[in-house]
Design a protein around this ligand. Structure first.
Ligand code: GDP
Ligand code: MN
Length: 352
């Protein structure tokens, strides 16, 4: 235990190439969790894993956001488990609700149809507010103003492996803007006109599209159609400045005016993913294969056994319940490897 602590210190200081006595200089970064008061204990599960596997060495701050006032019970309890500074933010009403240009009757009919069609969250109003908020507003919350990077953490997730380096410094040093662990196909019914609406935007604003984009990740026909691939946004390590930038702000506004957050059920995951895949250079988007992660019902478990043992992972790709989703049919990560021309880790064929 004692040895470990010493080792950590040495690593952290030499990484930074500072004098031995200099304090470790963290990145400008925070965790961020959107949550309800009722999410308290599922969120504690997540926080405990993040602290144990990573943050106990770095003490990054944590921002909690809610459309309702957090209770004293929530704030007091959470604050005890977070090793950095915890901030609790209330979401302003203008950022969580129906914008005035939305026809509420039309939206209600859509929800009814989706209820009959048994579309997951298809009949939910709050879920739609949540998706719209995560797409267009969380990064405008003043509690996030001091930071350049964030790591999104949801209640009831798992981290399977040690994270033995500073993920935020890694983003900064490699000039990365978006990092993910799991990617997959979106349900067609929830995004029927998302690509059409996106195309309108990029046709009118071609200057925002990167000449070295990840178009091949999101489209199998050079942008004619959307293949429904998206990064699963319940885990994100990303740049706040990317969302704050002109391209994304205008893109969000265009989507928001089109109404698909309410007339369909556009998720923040495909919205973030389309933006990252179009506006960023593919070198700015990173797959964290070494971050063992679970969000019901999928896992990212490091493919190589050596890596899993080195990082003391508790997942096992051979086991059903924490199987590695990465190389499965429904994962889009193989497409990401192709789009970037990355070499696949050894043994991936055995995990398809
Ligand atoms: P799923 O992952 O798509 O099944 O959706 P979740 O239920 O996990 O919701 C995504 C995130 O938004 C989680 O961090 C939830 O805690 C949060 N969330 C969902 N609905 C609400 C809501 O109505 N209010 C608040 N404050 N947070 C919400
Ligand atoms: Mn979730």
């Amino acid at each position: 235990k004692k040895l470990d602590a010493n080792k950590d210190q040495v690593v952290m200081k030499s990484e930074n190439d500072k004098a031995l006595s200099a304090p470790y200089e963290k990145a400008s970064a925070t965790f961020v969790s959107l949550a309800r008061n009722s999410d308290l204990w599922d969120l504690i599960d997540s926080i405990r894993m993040v602290e144990d596997r990573f943050n106990h060495r770095y003490h990054y701050d944590w921002v909690f956001l809610n459309d309702d006032e957090f209770t004293e019970e929530f704030k007091d309890t959470i604050s005890r488990y977070v090793s950095g500074k915890a901030t609790f933010g209330l979401i302003p009403k203008e950022h969580w609700g129906f914008p005035e240009w939305i026809d509420k009757e039309k939206a209600a009919l859509v929800r009814e149809q989706m209820r009959n069609d048994k579309v997951i969250y298809g009949d939910s109003i709050p879920y739609r507010h949540m998706c719209r908020y995560e797409s267009g507003f969380f990064w405008r919350h003043p509690a996030l103003d001091p930071y350049k990077f964030y790591w999104r953490v949801e209640p009831h997730i798992k981290l399977f492996c040690d994270i033995d380096y500073d993920v935020f410094k890694f983003m900064e040093e490699k000039k990365l803007k978006y990092g993910f662990t799991i990617s997959l196909y979106e349900y067609e019914t929830t995004i029927k006109t998302l690509w059409k609406t996106t195309k309108e935007f990029i046709d009118a604003n071609p200057q925002y599209v990167s000449p070295n984009s990840l178009m091949d990740f999101i489209s199998d026909d050079k942008g004619e159609t959307y293949n429904r691939c998206h990064f699963w946004s319940n885990f994100e390590v990303a740049s706040l400045d990317f969302w704050r930038g002109e391209a994304y702000q205008k893109y969000f506004e265009h989507l928001d005016k089109a109404g698909g957050f309410f007339y369909e059920r556009w998720g923040d995951a495909p919205v973030h993913s389309l933006a990252a895949s179009l506006f960023l250079d593919k070198d700015e988007v990173h797959y964290f294969q070494d971050i063992g992660y679970w969000h019901n019902p999928f896992s990212n478990c490091p493919t190589e056994k050596e890596e899993r043992l080195r990082l003391k992972c508790t997942c096992n790709p051979a086991r059903d319940h924490d199987n590695n989703f990465t190389w499965k049919d429904y994962s889009c990560t193989p497409k990401f490897f192709n789009a970037k021309g990355l070499q696949r880790p050894k043994g991936w064929e055995d995990q398809t």
